[in-house]
Design a protein around this ligand. Structure first.
Ligand code: MG
Length: 380
């Protein structure tokens, strides 16, 4: 690893783990976090959870696992270039979506609706719950017992009400403080990854066209550059050559603007990062505009597209009806969750257990379980 900047997260100044442990051998603390995340079952489930396209629609579309790997790849390069902690950034990137429900945002919204009377459901807070509570295979602690800095990065946003229940990692939302630069960087790397791979998947699915995308300045600029330089590209080559330039431009701009802001801020250490009045990881003003246009385009043309919407409509119903059945009659839960439900305090505790169970489902398992519960031709 290159030398860390003074304002980078450092293992020797970590705020530590919830349960004290002996220091790792042969690897650093944040590498140990990364390794625990990769060995978790929630991480393996990401492979069968939707990003935008339902995972059975085709093998080449992104899922939450490949998305998380792309985020990790983008953020590691950025962290290294900015002399920030690459291991911490990687750990945060690989864990950031662990709490995501099946069926992407449609699933999250449906589960949040079901949980309205019981404290709601937020996928970010759920990612933290997965690493703090739900992974259960270590002898000496519940969860993965990750470092404070990794947990701080996982909790990107959360409501004030929930923050008040989360102890040390919730504090910054109440005090309006910033997370580490590594956390800020991973947050933007997440956006760079999904904006670009959603363009790629949207084109591959035939939902977006090149002609439509020429209305997006960032895409149009690099599309023109590529077509001027190469005269006989296949559609696949043209798509890839354009998108890789977009990713590169976003990364280079983010690096440049962030380095400039860091130089101006003159921060002594990570405490100064946390106390700074605003986040310091940022695109330039021009790139912020381009990025906003790209986002708006995807919102209007891809995420709301009729064929995506139809599937998501069904997905919401699957999640809602799963919740109704499992919360309505706890005997329908698997034995381990039944035991947890018996020990849970009140309806809110029981509802939380059902939400944990549903949030952990893959797309396929959720659809199959719904069929097992509701399709009368299934008698098992
Ligand atoms: Mg993400």
């Amino acid at each position: 690893m290159t030398t860390l900047a003074p304002y980078a997260a450092r293992e020797d100044r970590s705020r530590g783990r919830r349960y004290a442990e002996a220091p790792p051998q042969g690897r650093g603390e944040f590498q140990r976090d990364r390794d625990r995340i990769v060995h978790s079952s929630a991480f393996r489930r990401l492979e069968y959870k939707t990003q935008v396209f339902v995972s059975h629609e085709g093998d080449l579309y992104r899922n939450r696992l490949t998305h998380s790997l792309e985020v990790a790849q983008i953020v590691r390069g950025l962290a290294r270039g900015l002399h920030l902690n690459e291991d911490l950034s990687e750990a945060i990137a690989l864990a950031h979506d662990l709490g995501h429900t099946p069926f992407g945002h449609a699933g999250q919204d449906a589960l949040d609706d079901c949980m309205k009377a019981y404290g709601g459901f937020e996928h970010n807070a759920q990612s933290l719950r997965v690493v703090d509570e739900l992974e259960d295979k270590y002898a000496e602690f519940t969860g993965l017992n990750l470092s404070f800095e990794t947990r701080e990065g996982i909790l990107k946003h959360c409501s004030q009400a929930r923050a008040a229940t989360l102890g040390d990692v919730g504090e910054r939302f109440l005090l309006k403080r910033q997370p580490s630069l590594e956390a800020q960087l991973t947050n933007i790397a997440d956006q760079i990854a999904y904006n670009n791979h959603d363009v790629d998947d949207g084109l591959r699915a035939g939902i977006l066209s090149i002609e439509q995308l020429l209305d997006v300045p960032l895409f149009a600029r690099f599309h023109a550059e590529v077509t001027a330089r190469y005269s006989a590209l296949t559609p696949r080559q043209l798509r890839h050559e354009t998108i890789r330039r977009m990713i590169n431009a976003l990364v280079i701009d983010l690096h440049g603007e962030t380095a400039r802001r860091l130089a101006m801020a003159g921060l002594a250490d990570i405490d100064a990062v946390r106390a700074h009045p605003e986040t310091l990881v940022s695109f330039s003003a021009a790139m912020q505009r381009d990025n906003r246009d790209l986002k708006r385009f995807l919102n209007e043309q891809l995420y709301q597209h009729a064929s995506v919407y139809r599937v998501m409509h069904k997905a919401r119903r699957i999640v809602r009806e799963l919740f109704e059945a499992l919360f309505g009659d706890g005997r329908l839960l698997p034995p381990a969750f039944q035991a947890a439900a018996r020990n849970a305090e009140g309806d809110a505790g029981r509802a939380r257990g059902v939400a944990d169970y549903i949030a952990g489902m893959t797309d396929r398992f959720a659809a199959d379980e719904h069929a097992r519960l509701y399709d009368l031709r299934h008698l098992r």
